[in-house]
Design a protein around this ligand. Structure first.
Ligand SMILES: Nc1ncnc2c1ncn2[C@@H]1O[C@H](COP(=O)(O)OP(=O)(O)OP(=O)(O)O)[C@@H](O)[C@H]1O
Length: 206
């Protein structure tokens, strides 16, 4: 699968966040989207996820010979981001079950394995609203990484994670990112050090 950005730009009102961005993302590769706060990383990720449209240029999604309609791209994407909410009223078990009624499990995973991987067995029946911020971040990452989707998008994945949490995240990525297209938005080397390709957003400042 390929995601092809053709001269894309995005502005909010009169202010261009970035412009003239050409890039080709390919399955099996890991990319870091880099830049300081406010540079446009999340904006670019949302354009790639097709939840935001570019103000100029176009984005194409190609799977083999097939062109994918941007409105159906969500079926190919798993996303973890700070602006995504978990369902606070659910227990952990209910949240996992609910998520995987909409998404398939990645090959080799099931409810049990996701819960084990989370290391939150003791909190299975606890409502998400009582989880710490680090526990919630682990849940978001596990739901995204353990879902069957060729494109995995992680926006600031180490947010709220302590030292052990970052090691846990790196292990999770190692176990789940093979043969997928992985994009990590970050400004911290520890969360994207494994990426083979980097895109610096400030280079596309208008
Ligand atoms: N809906 C919106 N309306 C107006 N401006 C917006 C909107 N969304 C984002 N912006 C602006 O676009 C710019 C890029 O924001 P974005 O969130 O993409 O940056 P970022 O690199 O992800 O930042 P951070 O590292 O802080 O998460 C910022 O100046 C932001 O204020």
């Amino acid at each position: 699968m390929e995601v092809i950005l053709e001269d894309i730009g995005r502005r909010f009102n009169r202010d261009w966040v970035f412009r003239h961005l050409n890039y080709r993302f390919t399955t099996g590769r890991r990319y870091a989207i880099l830049g300081p706060n406010g540079s446009g990383k999340s904006t670019l990720l949302q354009i790639i996820a097709s939840s935001l449209t570019p103000s100029s240029g176009q984005i194409r999604y190609v799977s083999g010979e097939q062109h994918i309609d941007p409105e159906r791209v969500y079926q190919y994407i798993a996303l973890a981001a700070p602006y995504m909410e978990l369902i606070e009223e659910f227990t952990l078990t209910e949240q996992v079950r609910f998520h995987f009624t909409h998404k398939k499990y990645l090959h080799g995973f099931d409810e049990q394995r996701v819960t084990d991987l989370l290391g939150l067995r003791h909190a299975e029946n606890k409502q998400i609203r009582y989880f710490s911020s680090g526990m919630k971040q682990r849940v978001k990452l596990a739901l995204a990484c353990c879902a069957e989707a060729p494109i995995l998008l992680l926006d600031e994945p180490a947010t709220n994670l302590d030292h052990d949490g970052v090691d846990w995240y790196l292990h999770l990525v190692d176990k789940t990112s093979a043969d997928r297209m992985l994009l990590v938005c970050s400004n911290q080397e520890r969360e994207y050090g494994f990426c083979e390709y980097t895109i610096g957003i400030p280079a596309y400042k208008a």
